[in-house]
Design a protein around this ligand. Structure first.
Ligand code: PGD
Length: 826
């Protein structure tokens, strides 16, 4: 952890002294005198100006935290986290490398064959290996807008996939995804997506089981948890890593909460095939099931709770429906198989006695089950979360202080108490035209491109794939996010035109036809909330350096396209960057005023180079999820058909899906250690989110040195498995299955269960020979190995967290890693 730079401490002290001298202006623990009236605040202007001068850096922020950027001679050279950050994140130090990366896209570029042959004769098979030709911005915008116009006229909005999924950068105005959709809505509509890669399976099933997506809900507040919780069960989550970054600018209250939990000595059990950093940090007990068998393990625990009468029949009767059917399933009334701890142990590889003890410990303590999302990024991924809710309901602690379940403690600091103030609304995508096509499930993109006209099931409905002729990506990295990269490459050849707005030469950019250079967030002005759940801060994101090379802000790129398509006025609403920001700020300020929190005028706020921290009401620190439902289920019903927790869902049952029936349970996955593929590919893959980057972001920075082994993504292998294959620590290894092959560097460690290998997602795809099908990826992109089927007919979530594979010592020719190199002609 970084210590606070002295200059900032002095600055803050100086500011606090000055503000107090204003007389009677309460700071409420904030940098802003929020309880004062606007007049009083305006008197403080000299203080803010002085503050700005005293600070050396420019205040901005990222998914990794708010920070001051130090700029010298037009170059960002250093960063310092803001003083309020309780858990500063090392990733902040990579911002200068993001701006000045050698693999920035410098100019608008067009793939040679596309430029020469046009969209319909563009030799799509050369994507990824063609030459690039530099063009002017005007030419690039003309080419793209002409294609949009032609496709709208000839094939309609369903021919343009502009959903563009991805984590982009923070910022309420320069939101590349929304800006793309705003343009496309004005230009006639587009094919979008439903769901996301993070929680595809859980968010659909949870809506049926508890009446909300649950995965993005506020959690029982940390202060309550710290006071009341006796046992935390981390079920497949690694919060000390995943809480480093947030969707908005993080408040980092989550990691501070876990630190406090550790200091208090609360018992933590981590259930994970890998001994995670959080397991170590929290001194947690490690229980390592076989991969993809969590559902069986939960069923065995549920059986023990029932058999030993540790469950809570009153809670089940009052607050749930369908337990009788689940009890019959546990007892094997239909299939004759009693699903007790012994049955579960044989599948999940955790001893039956350990399962029984776990059930007893959970029942005797006030227990919070914190469920991660990797367990649902699997085939039949709906089941684990459904079963976690079922076990929590059997324990009867849902809605009690410190107890129940929470599916967002590991994400964006769920449980950071909600502040009182205002919320920034970002720029809107606008209204979709009436003839807009039905969105496809987000992770079915490759299947959709390859199979126009095919119809699939999706949450009780049918979706027919249109014939997509253009894909437009802005703020995402399809080639890293999507499963089965080699199948994606084939599907990617179907569209006539692929356009990508990107700051860097990612694989997605390299496999496009037209690449438009986008600025990083440090090259533009913006605003962002701090704390996804707490809404604790409003951060200004000041432009630190000018746009690099010929890059443009996504806003300006789409405004340029809008001009060519005749919808510029509607797109910009006649406002420039600062006018948009002022409008957003003023709306937020009005909300804050209604909540009795006074804020300074925009100009003063912006000039101050400072941020707003809202007060947190005491009652929000004690907030307990589902407490109102528990208190009065009739007045505060859940959003399910019964108003209760649905252990059995009639709605799901009626859909008639064999891969997701109306009752949760154990369903063997598509690939696993007992499947037929295991004789050829005996190792089970575990793909976690990386420790030192965000998905694929920052893979092109020096932080890579911290995790790359033999200059590739690392593979963690158990000593037994390494020995059996003659692999030593630090050696280059080929990991492979029928779908693909990747080069990875061996880390021989007992932190994985035997039979399991861990490879993090997000290494940039780098085929040794892009002309050859299934070519070896030299950087270790794990999605070359994963399979591309939906989690089930219900949710169609992705299965990126699983695959059977084999590994061997690499003995081929020396291959240089070119994942972060610029392509020929660029
Ligand atoms: P990122 O690396 O964040 O990954 O997939 P996602 O596509 O979100 O990609 C964002 C891209 O946006 C980067 O290339 C970045 O340079 C670009 N970008 C950033 N800022 C801007 C901007 O201002 N403008 C423009 N135009 N571009 C910008 C993540 C996805 O991967 C997710 S969310 C999950 S949860 C899944 N996780 C896994 C997994 O665990 N395992 C596997 N095997 N696969 C996964 N895929 C999914």
């Amino acid at each position: 952890m970084k210590t606070q730079p002295e200059a900032m401490q002095i600055t803050r002290r100086r500011f606090l002294t000055g503000a107090a001298a204003l007389g009677g202006v309460s700071l409420l623990g904030s940098l802003w005198p929020r309880s004062a009236l606007a007049e009083a605040i305006s008197q403080a202007l000299p203080q803010f100006v002085a503050l700005r001068q005293a600070q050396k850096g420019i205040l901005t922020g990222a998914h990794w935290g708010a920070f001051e950027a130090i700029v010298r001679d037009g170059k960002m050279v250093e960063t310092r986290p803001v003083q309020d950050d309780p858990f500063p994140n090392e990733l902040i130090s990579m911002a200068p490398h993001q701006v000045h990366a050698p693999n920035r896209v410098k100019y608008p570029m067009v793939r040679k064959s596309w430029l020469e042959g046009g969209a319909q004769n563009c030799r799509p098979e050369l994507r990824g290996c063609d030459e690039w030709v530099r063009v002017s911005w005007d030419k690039a915008l003309t080419l793209v807008s002409n294609e949009i116009r032609r496709l709208q006229q000839e094939h309609g909005p369903q021919s343009i996939h502009a959903g563009s999924y991805g984590w982009k950068s923070v910022g309420m105005l320069h939101n590349s995804r929304t800006l793309l959709q705003r343009l496309m809505n004005l230009a006639g509509g587009f094919l979008g997506y439903a769901g996301d890669y993070s929680t595809g399976a859980a968010q659909v099933i949870m809506s049926h089981v508890v009446g909300s997506m649950e995965v993005y809900e506020q959690q029982t507040a940390w202060p309550d948890l710290l006071e009341n919780c006796q046992l935390v069960v981390l079920w497949g989550c690694n919060p000390m890593i995943t809480l480093k970054n947030s969707w908005n600018i993080p408040d980092h209250v989550g990691p501070a909460g876990f630190e406090a939990l550790k200091k208090k000595g609360v018992r933590v059990i981590s259930i994970d095939p890998v001994k995670s950093d959080s397991t170590d940090y929290l001194n947690a007990e490690w229980v390592a099931p076989r991969p993809y068998t969590d559902s069986a393990m939960l069923v065995g625990i549920a059986h023990t709770l029932m058999a030993e009468k540790l469950h809570n029949p009153d809670f089940l009767k009052t607050y749930t429906v369908g337990f009788d059917k689940f009890a019959a399933y546990l007892n094997g009334e239909q299939d004759g198989v009693v699903k007790d701890a012994d049955w579960a142990a044989a599948i999940c590889g955790v001893e039956a006695d350990a399962l029984r003890q776990l059930a007893r410990d959970m029942a005797k303590s006030r227990t919070m089950i914190m469920g991660g999302w990797g367990i649902q990024r699997q085939h039949h991924g709906e089941q684990p979360h459904w079963l976690l809710v079922t076990v929590a309901a059997m324990l009867g602690q849902v809605g009690l202080p410190g107890g129940g379940f929470g599916f967002s403690y590991h994400y964006s600091s769920g449980g950071s108490p909600t502040a009182r103030g205002g919320i920034l609304a970002g720029i809107s995508a606008g209204d979709a035209p009436k003839n807009s096509p039905t969105p496809i499930p987000v992770a079915r993109i490759a299947e959709c491109l390859a199979n126009p006209g095919k119809t699939i099931d999706f949450n009780g409905a049918k979706v027919t794939y249109p014939d997509v002729k253009m894909v437009y990506v802005a703020g995402g990295n399809t080639f890293h996010q999507h499963q089965d990269t080699n199948a994606l490459i084939k599907a990617w050849q179907h569209p006539e035109t692929i356009v990508v707005n990107e700051p860097y030469w990612t694989a997605t950019a390299k496999y496009a036809d037209i690449v438009l250079p986008a600025t990083t967030s440090y090259e533009r002005n913006d605003l962002e909330m701090g704390g996804d759940y707490s809404q604790l801060y409003v951060f200004p994101m000041h432009q630190c350096v000018p746009p690099q090379h010929e890059s443009r802000n996504d806003f300006d790129i789409f405004a340029g396209l809008a001009a060519k398509l005749g919808v510029q006025e509607a797109f910009t609403e006649g406002k420039d960057e600062m006018q948009w920001l002022k409008g957003m700020y003023d709306d937020m300020k009005a909300q804050a005023r209604n909540a009795r929190v006074a804020l300074p005028p925009f100009d003063m706020f912006w000039a101050s180079n400072n941020y707003i921290r809202f007060p947190v009401p005491e009652e929000n620190k004690k907030w307990v999820r589902f407490a109102d439902f528990r208190e009065n289920p009739l007045l505060n019903p859940l959003g399910t058909p019964s108003g209760k927790i649905e252990i059995y869902s009639e709605a799901v049952a009626k859909m008639g899906y064999t891969d997701c029936p109306g009752l949760p349970g154990w369903l063997p996955p598509h690939e696993w250690y007992q499947g037929p593929e295991a004789s050829k590919y005996p190792l089970s893959l575990n793909t976690a989110h990386p420790i030192n980057r965000l998905h694929s972001q920052l893979d092109n920075t020096p932080l890579r040195k911290k995790y790359a082994v033999a200059d590739r993504e690392a593979v963690w292998i158990h000593p037994q498995d390494a020995k059996a294959r003659g692999i030593s620590d630090g050696e280059l290894v080929r990991a492979f299955n029928d779908r693909g092959q990747i080069l990875v560097g061996a880390v021989v460690t007992e932190r994985v269960r035997p039979g399991v290998v861990r490879i993090s997602e997000g290494a940039w795809f780098d085929p040794a020979d892009p002309r050859q099908e299934g070519s070896l990826c030299k950087n270790g992109n794990v999605n070359c190995l994963t399979f591309d089927i939906g989690s089930s007919s219900l949710a169609q979530g992705n299965c990126g967290q699983m695959a059977q594979l084999e590994i061997e010592k690499y003995q081929g020719p020396i291959l240089n890693n070119t994942a972060h190199a610029v392509p020929a002609g660029a």
